[in-house]
Design a protein around this ligand. Sequence first.
Ligand code: ZN
Length: 341
Amino acid sequence: MTLIIDCHGHYTTAPPAHDAWRSTQRVAFDAGLPFLPYPAISDDEIRESVEANQLRLLRERGADMTIFSPRASAMAHHIGDEAVSQAWTIACNDLIKRVVDLYPETFIGACMLPQSPGVPIAHSVAELERCVTELGFVGCNLNPDPSGGHFTAPPLTDKSWYPLYEKMVELDVPTMVHVSGSCNPAFHATGAYYIAADTTAFMQFIQGDLFRDFPTLRFIIPHGGGAVPYHWGRYRGLADMLQQPPLGGHVMKNVYFDTCVYHQPGIDLLFEVIDIENILFGSEMVGAVRGIDPMTGHYFDDTKRYVEAADLTPEQRHSVFEGNARRVYPRLDAQLKGRGI
Ligand SMILES: [Zn+2]
């Protein structure tokens, strides 16, 4: 039996009071006033917000569990200052913990980080540690561009990111590379910015030597790895031109792609080009593309259908749905083993 683990789910349907508090936080920051207290949100409000959405879709599609993180587009690390980002991050991660506590068999937490443009990433380490050691989360989302679309941060291979990587290695948690909302009108958030950032992160890993310094560090590049699988020959060729080692040892022992690609030919290409050990099932549900594909009659983001229709052996399909996630997220594996799964 295979457990179907979706490595990429966001709480995009949080109760309105949560987002309303965020709005008041922004107003307070602009006015130089203290933040209002975080509102009381009942368990019933949380149940209502997931049962009609993520839980319903998981059940309809036949998935078992989701690695669940705060809504990515709302992380908005470019808003306010470090104190704003810290308070918002704690509120968002605590809300994820409440969902996990209400549905422990279905949801497992991954945290956002309290990043801000120009603020050292070391200031995010304490929240990662809190979420992993106190809240039981198994991974985190790292924003490579806290500026919200201006790419002012150094590449992910820069030593300024190392304090976070050192803590990730110590805690044995992976991170998903995930930008947030775009405040650059040239970038549509989910259509352009996300995919561009995914592709950019991969190229940074080719140019650098990050995994020589951190041989056990693990990144998930979501949205099927951006444009990377489609342009795999370009990246292999660039690695060669830049006199870097072949990608298999240089990058792909540490980098994984999810299956958030919303059509069958794209998924087929992903499986043809990328080793099966590097692909994790994900749907980013409820997320970027919520409609029904008129060509198939099914939701665009019902990625389980594409994986099931792909030309894979049962062993390969098991790796994508369960095995790879348990390997990349050892704390998830440990929690499942603790439950006898
Ligand atoms: Zn996402």
